[in-house]
Ligand binder design. Structure first.
Ligand code: OGA
Ligand code: ZN
Length: 367
């Protein structure tokens, strides 16, 4: 993308996709003089809606990365060309700080891992968060296993989203359980808590003890599975992206419900969110033929998620912390025998905005 000043002080953008003139008001809104913008917060101290809509550019001067502009209302401001170009690439901007997502299946040789580093302002934390955004998961090794350290960790890279399971929860086999995760049972591939509003974005599972021979962790790239369905089983893909299902959690204290598609797509048909949890889904009574299609489609999706082609299977060791995108990946666990010893994980949720905000902050430092 290139920016140039042409006759009549017009600012022209040339990109591979299109050429267009930047609207003077669009630039004027971004003017950064002390009277217009608070220096500390970069927030406007005037109402831009009240600007005269006929403001034009009186003079424009482009030198290297600097564009100096005098507007017809007497305001002078300078703009960094590189920053303007970044903002003018709307599609790229919308993708967020890490635009490159790497889809994977069980052939993924590279494992996104990171060594624990308690300096959350470090380049290592930056690299770790980038891996998470690219692959939808990262395993951090050597995270302290004492004093519910997961809470510190989560609040240092984001902000914890508490739920009725608490600020964090202990995943171990207990007699008085309110979720099958707290038993030694096999857990089919699932996304967590599709019954919440909104569904928690990022899940952390931190292994404290793991003395049993079973209890292996499984992980699948749900976006890759959805794309496989779209390519090879279009009819299934269509029913899963068009049927809103009710998800429900119930215990003695609360009933939680939310509705959504098993595969949600955006306006460009790109996969946006996976909700897959066969423990707690209730499809409405569709027409019989659609119900039959739905059941076959859900079965196929579950089959792919548990298949050798897509599933990663590994054992979490004490200190390992698995950070997963709960809108993209599905996780699960093989059954275990609780009489063999302790298996204890701690879990919690964080939202996207806080961890993405942290990544953008580190990008400003190291990017
Ligand atoms: C969970 C869960 C997996 C495990 O708590 O949400 O899926 O490995 N646990 O115990
Ligand atoms: Zn789970």
């Amino acid at each position: 993308m290139k920016i140039e000043v042409i006759e009549n002080n017009k600012i022209l953008v040339n990109s591979s996709k299109e050429n267009f003139e930047i609207h003077p008001l669009w630039l004027r809104e971004r003017a950064k003089t002390e009277d217009l913008m608070d220096k500390l917060t970069e927030q406007r101290i005037y109402d831009p809606s009240a600007l005269n809509k006929s403001i034009k550019i009186k003079k424009a001067n482009l030198k290297a990365d600097m564009l100096n502009i005098e507007f017809t209302d007497g305001i002078f401001s300078e703009f960094k060309v590189s920053e303007l170009c970044k903002e003018l690439d709307t599609e790229k901007m919308k993708k967020g700080p890490v635009d490159e997502k790497i889809m994977w299946d069980s052939k993924l040789n590279y494992r996104p891992t990171a060594k624990f580093n308690n300096d959350y302002e470090s380049k290592e934390t930056f690299e770790m968060l980038k891996k998470f955004h690219k692959y939808g998961f990262v395993i951090i090794t050597g995270v302290p296993t004492k004093n519910n350290y997961i809470v510190d960790f989560a609040n240092s890279i984001g902000v914890i989203r508490p739920t009725n399971f608490g600020v964090y929860f202990d995943v171990k086999s207990i007699p008085d359980y309110n979720d099958l995760a707290y038993t030694p049972r096999h857990l089919y591939p699932h996304t967590d808590n599709p019954y919440r509003k909104p569904v928690p974005c990022i899940q952390l599972l931190h292994c404290i003890e793991n003395e049993v021979s079973g209890g292996l962790s499984t992980l699948v790239d749900g976006f890759a599975v959805a794309d496989c369905l779209r390519e090879n089983f279009k009819e299934y893909f269509d029913i899963l992206t068009s049927t809103k299902v009710r998800f429900r959690f119930i215990d003695k204290e609360i009933i939680l419900e939310n509705w959504g598609e098993l595969i949600e797509i955006d306006e460009n048909e790109k996969v946006k969110q996976i909700r897959f949890n066969t423990k707690v889904d209730y499809v409405p009574h569709l027409k019989n033929e659609n119900l039959e299609k739905f059941y076959k489609a859900r079965e196929k999706m579950g089959e792919l998620c548990s298949s050798k082609n897509f599933e990663l299977k590994f054992k979490l060791m004490p200190g390992d912390l698995l950070m997963m995108d709960n809108y993209r990946t599905l996780h699960g666990r093989t059954a275990y025998d609780a009489s063999e010893g302790m298996r204890h994980l701690q879990g919690c949720y964080i939202d996207y905005d806080s961890s993405e905000g942290k990544l953008m902050h580190l990008l400003r430092k190291f990017g």
